[in-house]
Design a protein around this ligand. Structure first.
Ligand code: GDP
Length: 673
């Protein structure tokens, strides 16, 4: 039998039993998942029985000593043992009705008794712990409050709780987990491939690695774990779920191209997550590579290279020609050493899901980065809102293994259902408990979807500040010009407030895209756009995640709005709703009339009476009324999705093919009293 099974049977903590095995039987068993012989189990049971026997004797004696000899004689009850108290476990909060059920009484009776005990309770009321204890005591029961963070409310959030205060001698070094980020085409994929080729183990076994979402790479410079999907999308999507597995970011910057928009996005994503960055200046083999220019551009982003007296490590490489790779790995290794990355292989096993998949012949699988404890075959687990039992473990070399130490990625077979990247994975003691928790989480997720997602909105900003729900008010700023970004950044960051600090976590030129929404989601912030609009994917994602996007055409209004919202003085006057998007497919110039845009309605509908915004490359070029809407030659009041139409805008003729017309309505909103 396994240690945890025995511990369970004896009602002990795994740790306690492991310690007892070591101290009393000289058995050093590393993990609660390891097996113990039946006779050892029997010996432990005997020992414990003896101990409890002795304890009871002592207790009996001491209570006898305390007893008044007179009353003892006169008490007929003295001989009979005290009735055993029923134990009820309360996890998180409990209502009157739930407590009544646990005590086996009617809710009405519970209410009556609670009132007698001085607690004015209703049936659905969440009871305070004292009231729970009092009522339980009345019914001869003892209450054990379980820590909620172990299983309850934090589950839906999926945040991982690793053991703290693990003694140093229990910890073992683990490899750093690294994500490669940077602008498109700067060589992220190539760099990952080249680094993987330096692996000494894969080299020996023929070099066929398994695509599991993360790879172990063992090199002369040390051992590393790379997340296979480069770029900040996956990184931020996971962070938005409260998971962070990346210890270190390699920022790839092509030496011939320099710092580009996605480079800046990557820097801000890594920074917002508090993850250190090592820069790989790539494509050094190209004749027009210019390291000094890259240094200059990095410095503008406040990443001052060591070469320039700062503390950002920059390594010149050519991913294509495999130059400089050893030095890059050495730098990563040094950085990791400084971070002193360690984990305990003996604690309860926990980790994070990197990706999940249904595979032919393998069922539902997921790749887990084990972050604490040792993952073994055969154990039940819960991961996000799903559960399962580990059928097999496959590492990134494609080998089936029996156990995985912390810090390593592994593909786990045996999931009941698909997990999501970023989900928290935890080994449980039995499968039915794991399934129960998964179901409970499914309910929690459903509830959370119904309820307000708790994201910051301008309307609720002051409430959030007052309740201390936010200390940092994070804003992503997008504008049509760099000047606009700078003005907004400076203005927002100079807003003085006692309880909250305003941070512009990313500022960029151009339309609002999915990456901006992801960043705002992860940072629990909002997006402010000046003269720019979200594209439809960003709009959809923002709707799903509840991130607020506020766009302005006047800088002053943007600044005033944020200030007013922080002071709780925001007056909601108008609310805008985008009702359709039309794409300009052809442009006709008609003398005496002006420019007519031949459009295709991509989403929603176009209404003649609605207002229209002309968006080119994400920036707002025109904002005003539609003066004519035609289908063929007929004037019409609306045109539905999937149809073509001709649109003329008031006093605006600079229309170009590919422009988007965003059709919107403005509603008056009566402020809530
Ligand atoms: P990603 O979009 O950042 O993943 O970029 P890729 O790794 O796909 O690389 C984009 C292009 O740059 C490909 O054609 C690569 O062959 C090329 N490339 C990558 N690294 C280097 C390099 O060090 N030198 C040169 N000359 N080309 C490179």
């Amino acid at each position: 039998m396994r240690v945890y099974e025995l511990a369970n049977e004896l009602g002990m903590e795994n740790k306690e039993l492991l310690k007892l095995l070591e101290e009393e039987f000289d058995l050093e068993i590393g993990s609660h998942m390891s097996g113990v012989d039946e006779d050892v189990a029997d010996m432990v049971k005997e020992l414990l029985e003896e101990e409890t026997g002795e304890k009871e004797e002592i207790e009996e004696k001491t209570s006898e000593e305390k007893k008044d000899p007179v009353s003892e004689e006169s008490s007929p009850l003295a001989e009979s043992p005290a009735p055993e108290k029923e134990i009820i476990e309360v996890r998180g909060q409990i209502t009157t009705e739930e407590l009544a059920e646990k005590l086996g009484i009617q809710p009405n009776q519970a209410i009556k008794e609670l009132i007698q005990l001085g607690e004015m309770a209703t049936i659905n009321q969440v009871l305070n712990p004292e009231a729970v204890e009092l009522l339980a005591e009345e019914h001869g029961a003892e209450v054990i409050f379980e820590e909620e963070e172990e299983e309850g409310a934090t589950l839906a959030e999926g945040r991982i709780q690793l053991d703290e205060d693990v003694p140093e001698d229990e910890l073992e070094p683990r490899p750093p987990v690294i994500t490669v980020m940077g602008h498109v085409d700067h060589g992220k994929t190539q760099l990952l491939d080249t680094i993987r080729q330096t692996d000494v183990v894969a080299g020996e076994s023929g070099g066929i690695t398994q695509e599991i979402g993360a790879s172990e790479v063992k090199t002369e410079e040390g051992e590393f774990v790379f997340i296979d999907t480069p770029g900040h999308e996956a990184f931020t999507a996971m962070r938005a779920r409260g998971a962070q597995v990346t210890d270190l970011v390699i920022l790839v910057v092509a030496a011939d191209d320099g710092v580009m928009p996605q480079t800046v996005e990557s820097i801000n994503h890594a920074r917002s997550a508090g993850v250190p960055i090592i820069v790989a200046i790539n494509k050094m083999d190209l004749p027009d590579s210019d390291v000094q220019r890259v240094y200059q551009q990095l410095s503008e982003q406040e990443l001052i290279p060591e070469e320039w007296g700062g503390d950002t490590i920059c390594v010149e490489v050519s991913a294509l020609e495999a130059e400089g790779i050893d030095e890059l790995l050495e730098m990563i290794s040094l950085q990791a050493e400084m971070m002193d990355l360690k984990a305990s292989p003996d604690r309860s096993t926990k980790g994070t899901i990197i990706e999940a998949e249904k595979k032919k012949g393998m069922g539902v699988t997921a790749t887990v980065i084990v972050q604490q404890g040792t993952l073994e075959k055969g154990v039940p687990f819960v991961a996000g809102a799903t559960s399962g039992k580990v059928k097999a473990l496959i590492n990134s070399y494609g080998d089936r293994v029996d156990e995985v130490k912390p810090g390593r990625p592994v593909e786990v077979l045996g999931f009941d259902d698909l997990a999501s990247p970023g989900d928290f994975f935890e080994v449980m003691e039995d499968l039915s408990e794991a399934r129960e928790i998964a179901e409970q989480r499914q309910d929690e997720i459903k509830d959370a979807q119904v309820q307000d997602q708790g994201r910051v909105t301008l309307d609720q900003l002051q409430e959030f500040i007052d309740k201390g729900k936010i200390q940092n008010f994070n804003i992503v700023v997008k504008a049509d010009t760099q000047g606009g970004v700078e003005v907004l950044r400076d203005s927002f960051e100079s807003i003085e407030a006692d309880e909250v600090e305003v941070n512009v976590i990313h500022g960029g030129v151009g339309g609002i895209n999915e990456s901006d929404v992801r960043l705002a989601t992860a940072a629990e912030g909002m997006i402010v756009g000046f003269n720019v609009r979200p594209d439809s994917r960003a709009r959809r994602l923002a709707n799903e995640t509840g991130v607020e996007i506020n766009t302005y055409r006047v800088i002053y209004e943007a600044i005033e709005d944020i200030k007013d919202a922080m002071a709780g003085m925001l007056e909601p006057e108008e609310e805008e709703e985008v009702i359709g998007v039309a794409e300009v497919r052809e442009v006709f110039s008609i003398s005496g009339v002006g420019t007519v845009a031949g459009c295709y309605v991509r989403e929603g509908e176009v209404q003649r009476s609605a207002a229209c915004r002309l968006v080119r490359d994400g920036a707002v070029v025109f904002d005003g009324p539609i003066i004519s809407l035609k289908r063929f030659k007929e004037d019409v009041s609306d045109v539905a999705e999937g149809y073509e139409c001709g649109i003329r805008l008031e006093k605006f003729n600079d229309i170009k093919e590919g422009d988007l017309l965003e059709i919107y309505q403005v509603r008056e909103v009566t402020p809530e009293l």
